[in-house]
Design a binder for this molecule. Sequence first.
Ligand SMILES: [Zn+2]
Length: 315
Amino acid sequence: MTAHLVRHESGYMTSPASSATGAADLPDYAPIPPSALGVALNDQGYYVGRVERNLYWVTDGTYQAAFLTTRDGVVLFDAPPTIGGNLRRAIDEMAAANGVTNRVTHLVYSHHHDDHSGAASLFDGDVVHIGHEETRRLLLRDNSPARPAPDVTFADRYTLEVGGERVELAWHGPNHSPDNIYIHFPDHDTLMFIDVVILDYPWTHFISGHLGRLATREDVAVHQAYIADIQASSKAALASVDPTPFYMKYGAAGNSWGFVQGYLDAVTERAAAPIIAKYTGVLAAADIEIYTRTTTFAIMQSLRLDSGPSGPVHP
Ligand SMILES: [Zn+2]
């Protein structure tokens, strides 16, 4: 492909001469399995639905938030900026349909990341912000006007009681982030836990914070099988890919970086290939490189470096 230099703020960079967005050059992917497709969005770009009774979830197809309507006010859980002003519309819609107040009295942060909380300032003023103590520390550090630090914080557990409803918040140690909490709705058979999945709690409905549908326990079982398969395939690839050609080409000449790149690429390729074949048509994105390949790379690196063997012991 021909390339030319384009002026860029930071200097000059190469760029393909032809349009980088030429659709003809873009790869084709397998059709999305129907089970992965989410709800249809309305004209304003959101969907709001009932999880159980007075617990609702809102999505823009990519992100999710939730809210609980009570006789004393609405409790909002997360405020992703991509849903933004549609949070207000979704709350108004459900409050009007059910004849309850639409006044938001509480906003609970699942964790401090902006992609799940960057619209929090839309619910400022009288709204009580609740979060883990680490969320408060991190939001004070970030000092972002979009995400006011929580006024009410807790260390391990916090029972939120509003208008006769009960929500159990808990922190069980760092996972996706240092401050990510479990938001359990025991009277709605629902767990909200963002960016991670888990079966430990009793739940039927799972609000993961992403995509256009709620998760089931069966979804988590499929995900666990996918990860277990990646682990087994990575172990097999680590045991079977011969590093010698990469060493001869790069390492022997002193380029250990070239050796690492070539060898780990080959291991990742071999480990990911059977996973992509098995899960294409089962899981959306299984055949899209950034998903299965980068997940395989991370798991393979962890197996190799964290639990070993990372290499032969020097005599
Ligand atoms: Zn996050």
